[in-house]
Design a binder for this molecule. Structure first.
Ligand code: FES
Length: 141
């Protein structure tokens, strides 16, 4: 992978929250929010708060199916957001358990920490999505 990762720190309401930026998807060249993508869903990545941080279990995560996103909290106070679309054959993931985000179609599992493949057949990590924490809610940016 040639993506660069940008880490920035944001302070909201007196609480320090680490926000990890999206790896720049330079390889996608020209992909816009208009509707490329595998699932054909429109407007899945934007549209206000995703989930309250208080609803994301430490060591686990929450799948927001209607947004095709999954929010995780690998360690207390550290949140991540990933695409909920499996990189193997584009099934939506359906479960977060035991430190992985699981796809029901062929058994792929992805780390809740960085979306990396924990078990194949998928070969590519889940796409990480940029977000901010605003008033205790995870808001994709
Ligand atoms: S589509 Fe997810 S494992 Fe095949």
């Amino acid at each position: 992978m040639s993506e660069s990762r940008i880490t920035r720190r944001k302070v909201v309401g007196g609480a320090a929250v680490t926000v990890v930026g999206v790896p720049l998807l330079a390889a996608c060249g020209g992909s816009d929010s208009g509707g490329s993508g595998s699932g054909g869903g429109s407007g899945s990545a934007e549209g206000g708060p995703l989930v309250a941080t208080s609803e994301v279990p430490v060591g686990g995560g929450v799948i927001v199916a209607d947004r095709n996103l999954v929010a995780t909290q690998p360690t207390e106070g550290t949140f991540k957001v990933f695409s909920a679309i499996c990189t193997h054959r584009s099934c939506p993931v359906t479960k977060v358990a035991g430190g992985t985000i699981d796809c029901p179609c062929h058994g792929s599992r992805f780390s809740i920490e960085d979306g990396s493949v924990a078990q194949g057949p998928a070969e590519s990590p889940l796409e990480e999505v940029a977000f901010e924490v605003i008033d205790g809610e995870i808001v994709p940016s």
